[in-house]
Ligand binder design. Structure first.
Ligand code: 3PG
Length: 216
C-alpha cells in the first residue's frame, strides 16, 4: 500500500470516528463488554493502548467478538509494537511520539499509522517519513488550540487527532478546528466505570457525547 493511500485511509477512519476513546484495559474479561458498550453508544473506532499486559489479547478478543468495532492499537512505541499491532489485525496504529526507528518501520508497514507530535520539529520528522496525519499529544498541555493554530501556519495541509486533556467540556471546540479530524481521550471510558462493569453507564455517556458532537 502506498504512503498516500495509508494516509487517506487513516484520515477517513479518524474523520468518520469523530471521537476515539483511548482505552486502558486492566482485565481481559472487560475487553468485549467494554467494546460492546462503546459500540452501542455509537462509538465504534477504538484505540486499545499497549499500556497493560493484557492489551494485545484484549484487542484480539474485541476484533473476534465485536465485529462492529474498528479496533486500532495505541501507545505504539517501537517497531516491535507496530508489528504486533499489524499481526493481530488492528485497523490502525497510533503513537504518542515518533522515534526515527518507529517512523521508518511505520513507513514500510502496511498498517495505517499516526505518529505523535507536539512541536514543529517533531512534525517535520513525521512529514519527512510520509506522515501528514498525526496525533497532537499532549494537546491541552502542549499549548492547546493556540499551539495547533500556530502549527497550521507553516503546515496547513497537516491533519490531526488531538488527545491529552480533552473531555466533554472542550471536545466540540477542538472538533471545530479545520485541521482536526477527530478527538481522542480517556473520558468516555473512565477506569472506575470499567472496574465497576458499568457498561450501561458507558453506553449512555457515549450516546450523549456523540449526539452533542455530531450536532456541533
Ligand atoms: C493518550 O494517550 O491519548 C492520552 O493518555 C489520553 O489523554 P487523556 O487521558 O487526557 O484523555
Amino acid at each position: 500500500m502506498t504512503a498516500t493511500s495509508k494516509q487517506d485511509q487513516i484520515a477517513a477512519l479518524f474523520r468518520q470516528a469523530t471521537v476515539i476513546p483511548v482505552l486502558t484495559i486492566e482485565r481481559l474479561e472487560d475487553a468485549v463488554p467494554l467494546a460492546r458498550a462503546l459500540v452501542a453508544g455509537g462509538v465504534r473506532t477504538l484505540e486499545v493502548t499497549l499500556r497493560t499486559p493484557v492489551a494485545i489479547e484484549a484487542a484480539k478478543a474485541m476484533i473476534a467478538e465485536v465485529p462492529d468495532a474498528i479496533v486500532g492499537i495505541g501507545t505504539i512505541l517501537n517497531g516491535d509494537d507496530l508489528a504486533r499491532a499489524e499481526a493481530l489485525g488492528a485497523k490502525f496504529g497510533i503513537s504518542p511520539g515518533g522515534t526515527p526507528e518507529l517512523l521508518k518501520a511505520a513507513a514500510t508497514s502496511r498498517l495505517p499509522f499516526a505518529p505523535g507530535i507536539a512541536t514543529a520539529s517533531e512534525l517535520m520528522q513525521a512529514l519527512a517519513c510520509g506522515f501528514d496525519v498525526v496525533k497532537f499529544f499532549p494537546a491541552e498541555q502542549a499549548g492547546g488550540i493556540k499551539a495547533l493554530r500556530a502549527l497550521a501556519g507553516p503546515f496547513p495541509h497537516v491533519r490531526v487527532c488531538p488527545t491529552g486533556g480533552i473531555g466533554e467540556a472542550n471536545a466540540a471546540t477542538w472538533l471545530a478546528e479545520p485541521n482536526v479530524l477527530a478527538v481522542g481521550g480517556s473520558w468516555l471510558c473512565p477506569s472506575a466505570e470499567i472496574r465497576a462493569g458499568n457498561w450501561a453507564g458507558i453506553t449512555a455517556m457515549c450516546a450523549k457525547a456523540m449526539k452533542t458532537l455530531k450536532a456541533a
